[in-house]
Design a protein around this ligand. Structure first.
Ligand code: NAD
Ligand code: ZN
Ligand code: ZN
Length: 235
């Protein structure tokens, strides 16, 4: 929907004007907010003095306008902006998860620690492919190891709530990313993004299994950090 907006217009939308910049450094470029942006990259158009510093409307953190535009241009330019200090999200954050499929069903077995309910199995399938402009090495192939990946949630009220939010995260391309696997060291491969999943069913040999009493709350917190809150599950 925001495809027509320039990066400057997107950034401006989330900013309030600052009459006199504080005597602090911009934490993007480390130069004083009272002076010009330290960012001198291509595609940055000069702005008038009055517009050189902006305050993010919700969290209040202040940056050089040009530094925010440069940060936006380095991301996937989806119309959203995340404060680099406090991680407040402006707009709807999306990721760069490659194309694939997410399915789920209920299985008639209980997970360790959840004896009173059945379980939900999520199946993620992502085939290998070519990286797009939103990926670390556009045009280069990426691998996809261990797919289909099977993940488990208790089929409880809270487990179903987490599932709903994971479906939102999938649509926003936030479950997986492309990068270097911290487990295998392989680069240009599909990796989990910042939302933890349980991939072991009846045991916990990998540390990615049950029981784990904090798991559902941790996942809700990780989803929140991606801008997905319980309101998103109401659709
Ligand atoms: P990674 O190693 O870069 O780690 C990213 C995040 O995923 C970290 O938070 C990590 O704690 C978590 N993670 C690591 N291994 C996990 C696992 N087995 N289950 C759930 N979460 C895990 O991420 P990655 O490279 O995507 O995954 C690590 C390895 O696990 C890969 O080699 C992958 O092939 C393998 N894997 C295999 C299967 C399978 O069914 N065969 C399923 C899941 C993961
Ligand atoms: Zn700056
Ligand atoms: Zn902030």
């Amino acid at each position: 929907a925001r495809k027509g907006k320039t990066p400057e217009e997107v950034v401006k939308k989330y900013l309030q004007k600052v009459k006199s910049p504080p005597e602090e450094d911009c934490t993007i470029c480390m130069e004083p907010l009272g002076g010009p942006s330290g960012y001198k990259g291509p595609g940055v158009t000069p702005v008038s003095r009055a517009e050189s510093v902006g305050r993010l409307a919700q969290c209040g953190h202040q940056y050089h306008f040009q530094c925010l535009v440069a940060m936006y241009n380095n991301g996937n330019k989806d119309g959203s902006l995340q404060c680099p200090t406090c991680k407040t999200i402006y707009g709807v954050k999306t990721g760069n998860q490659p194309a694939g499929k997410m399915e789920y069903h209920v299985i008639p077995h209980s997970l360790p620690g959840h004896p009173d309910c059945k379980s939900i199995r999520i199946i993620y399938n992502i085939p290998p492919g070519l990286q797009g402009p939103e990926h670390p090495n556009p045009g280069k192939p990426f691998t996809a190891r261990g797919f289909p990946r099977h993940c488990y949630l208790p089929d409880s009220e809270k487990g179903r709530k987490v599932l709903k939010l994971l479906l939102v995260a999938w649509d926003r391309r936030l479950i997986f990313s492309i990068g270097t696997s911290s487990t295998t060291g392989e680069s240009d491969t599909v990796i989990w993004n910042e939302v933890h999943h349980k991939t072991e069913f009846g045991s916990n040999l990998t540390g990615h299994g049950f029981p784990d009493p904090g798991h559902l709350n941790n996942v809700l917190e990780e989803l929140r950090a991606q801008g997905i809150t319980e309101d998103d599950g109401l659709m």
